[in-house]
Design a protein around this ligand. Structure first.
Ligand code: SF4
Ligand code: SF4
Ligand code: FES
Length: 260
C-alpha cells in the first residue's frame, strides 16, 4: 500500500519584511521511484505555487537542488523517498545566503572562494590559440578529472562545522579544487604559492578533520585524501628552512630537478 508522506518544509521570504520563518506541513501519496524533486514539483504545481526551490538538470549534474533533508545535506533530485521515513523535513542549506524557502545563493559563495584561491591554471606561457593540446599521461588526466567532478552543490560546506563557525573558511570543495591545480603540470605555481593561499585557519589549518564533507558529497569525491595531501603540503611548507630540503622534497614528492 502506498505511504502517505508528511513533509515539513521551511518557508521564509527574506525580501518580504512581513515574512516570518516557519515550517509548513504538506501531505501526499508516495508513488513508485519518487524523488524529493518530484515531491517539491508536485507541491508547487498542485498545492502552493509560491514554494521556492532550485533545480535545473534533475540528474545530479547541476548541483542546484541541494538542501538539508532530515538534517543531512543532499540533492533533492538524487534522493528517493523510499530511502526516507514517511516524515520528512526540508531546510535550506546553512552558510549560504537564503533567497527564499529552500533556495540559497551558492553562486556568490563559490565565486568569492574561487577568486580567493585563484582557481585557474597559472602559467607564464603566452596564449597560443593554434598550439596543439599539451600532452599528459592518461593516469594523470584521470586523476585531475576525478577532482574536477565537483558540481558546486554546497553540501560539503553546509555539513562543515568550521564553515558554520567562521565565514572565511574556504571549505573542502575549495581545498579539493586547489588540489586539482596542485597536480596539474600546466600550473606553474610552487608549493610556496599554494601555501600562501591555504596555509592558515581559513584554509587547511581550520579544518577539524571530522569528514562530514566527504560523508555528504553526492559525487563521492575523495575529499579526505585531498585534505590530507594539501595539509601535508602546507605543513611541510611551514617548516621550510627548518626541515632539511631533501626530506621536505621527499614528502612533497618533488622531482630531483625541482627548485621549490
Ligand atoms: S573535515 Fe574539515 S572541511 Fe570537512 S567537514 Fe570537517 S572541518 Fe569541514
Ligand atoms: S565537493 Fe561534493 S559536496 Fe562539495 S560542492 Fe563539490 S560535489 Fe558538492
Ligand atoms: S537538479 Fe541538478 S543536481 Fe539536482
Amino acid at each position: 500500500m502506498a505511504r502517505t508522506l508528511h513533509l515539513e518544509i521551511f518557508r521564509h521570504n527574506p525580501s518580504d519584511p512581513e515574512s516570518k520563518p516557519r515550517m509548513q506541513h504538506f501531505e501526499m501519496e508516495e508513488t513508485a521511484s519518487m524523488t524529493l524533486f518530484l515531491v517539491l514539483s508536485q507541491i508547487r504545481e498542485t498545492m502552493d505555487a509560491t514554494l521556492q526551490f532550485d533545480f535545473c538538470c534533475r540528474a545530479g549534474i547541476c548541483g542546484s537542488c541541494a538542501m538539508v533533508i532530515n538534517g543531512r545535506p543532499g540533492l533533492a533530485c538524487h534522493t528517493r523517498t523510499s530511502d526516507l521515513p514517511d516524515h520528512i523535513s526540508l531546510h535550506p542549506l546553512p552558510v549560504f545566503k537564503l533567497l527564499g524557502d529552500l533556495s540559497v545563493d551558492t553562486g556568490t559563495w563559490f565565486r568569492q572562494v574561487g577568486q580567493k584561491i585563484e582557481s585557474w591554471v597559472h602559467t607564464n606561457k603566452p596564449f597560443e590559440p593554434h598550439a596543439p593540446e599539451e600532452r599528459m599521461t592518461n593516469t594523470l588526466a584521470n586523476e585531475i578529472f576525478e577532482l574536477d567532478r565537483c558540481v558546486e552543490c554546497g553540501c560539503c560546506v553546509a555539513a562543515c562545522g568550521t564553515a558554520l563557525m567562521r565565514n572565511d573558511f574556504i571549505g573542502a570543495t575549495s581545498i579539493n579544487r586547489l588540489a586539482r591545480f596542485y597536480i596539474d603540470p600546466r600550473d606553474e605555481r610552487t608549493s610556496d604559492s599554494f601555501y600562501e593561499l591555504i596555509g592558515d585557519d581559513s584554509g587547511v589549518f581550520g579544518c577539524m578533520g571530522l569528514l562530514a564533507c566527504e560523508d555528504v558529497c553526492p559525487k563521492k569525491i575523495p575529499l579526505q585524501d585531498q585534505l590530507g595531501i594539501m595539509r601535508r603540503m602546507a605543513t611541510l611548507e611551514s617548516v621550510r628552512g627548518i626541515l632539511p630540503s631533501a626530506i621536505r622534497k621527499k614528502f612533497l614528492g618533488c622531482k630531483e630537478s625541482c627548485s621549490c
